[in-house]
Design a protein around this ligand. Structure first.
Ligand SMILES: [Zn+2]
Length: 291
């Protein structure tokens, strides 16, 4: 089972309707990808154009990544280059896909059309704890990285960050959104941890990791050894040319329930990649590639 951290959402993945709702949104997004971009990389700007949703890029400060507006019967998307850098960046493409989520998910679109809300400002790429934002992020993930295409490509690469970085380039996505998709799809038995300057931001466990009982992880940066891959990334040290730090570690260093020397204290590969202003991402997976 995949679980977001309590900080990410208070909802349990098994709560009534939660899984079903997310499955429906994923199916909807993949149907949109298949209809508009069946044979090539999914282009959210093209889909906006096909749906007569206008788009403008501009320097809009720090309040939002993207915003869907409904005015006089027409939809418009604002994309904020102060946070997205360039229209081609993975984060920019994810933001457009996220706004498409607000457009295609019926109750999101109707809230705008009915005038309940005039604009929908968004912080994308799994930064928001708001349920509507999480639904739009989920839509964006499935739109840009349709399951069949993503799994087929992923199987070509050595598991871990090498695969995630190659998939990011193939699908034109951010490191974070690609790593989450990779983890959710169990392409390796991994744990994904996002750190911000204050500590753990969120965590995801692949289904087999969760099933094997690895469900709690250290949450304080003070417990991360400074000479570990994550410690060096958090300290701002320049990574090796491949773009990330890697080291061997063991489960007891990360999972409080995996006592040192116990059968659960397996050897792990730890990879950590700096995300600039967005923090550090850590990927942990068993050296034996299974628990
Ligand atoms: Zn949003």
């Amino acid at each position: 089972m995949l679980v977001p951290s309590d900080k990410l959402t208070k909802k349990s993945p098994s709560s009534d309707g939660f899984l079903e709702r997310f499955q429906e949104i994923g199916h909807l997004a993949e149907a949109v990808a298949e209809e508009h971009c069946p044979n090539a990389r999914v282009e959210p700007a093209l889909i906006l154009k096909n749906k007569n949703v206008t788009l403008s890029y501009g320097p809009y400060g720090s309040a939002f990544d993207g915003m869907l507006e409904h005015r006089s019967g027409r939809f418009h998307v604002y994309a904020n280059l102060d946070r997205l850098k360039t229209p081609e960046s993975g984060r920019a493409r994810f933001t457009l896909a996220h706004e498409l989520g607000h457009y295609f998910i019926d109750d999101h679109r109707r809230a705008l059309q009915s005038g309940q809300v005039f604009r929908h400002p968004s912080k994308c790429d799994y930064e928001s704890r708001n349920p509507a934002e999480q639904e739009a992020d989920h839509f964006a993930s499935h739109l840009l990285m349709p399951t069949t295409r993503f799994v087929r490509k992923a199987k070509r690469y050595v598991p871990g960050l090498d695969a995630i970085l190659a998939l990011k380039d193939t699908f034109g996505t951010s490191i974070t959104s690609t790593a989450i998709r990779y983890t959710k799809l169990e392409l390796a038995p991994c744990t994904l941890v996002k750190w911000d300057p204050d500590g753990l931001d969120w965590k995801w466990f692949s289904p087999s990791t969760y099933a094997a009982g690895y469900r709690r992880i250290i949450e304080s940066q003070a417990k991360v050894p400074p000479d570990s891959a994550t410690g060096m990334a958090l300290a701002g040290k320049p990574p090796p040319p491949k773009g990330y730090f890697q080291a061997g570690t063991s489960a007891h260093a990360w999972f409080p329930g995996a006592w040192s020397g116990s059968s659960r204290d397996v050897l792990l590969i730890e990879q950590a990649i700096p995300l600039g202003e967005f923090g550090v991402l850590t990927l942990l997976y068993p050296e034996a590639r299974r628990y």
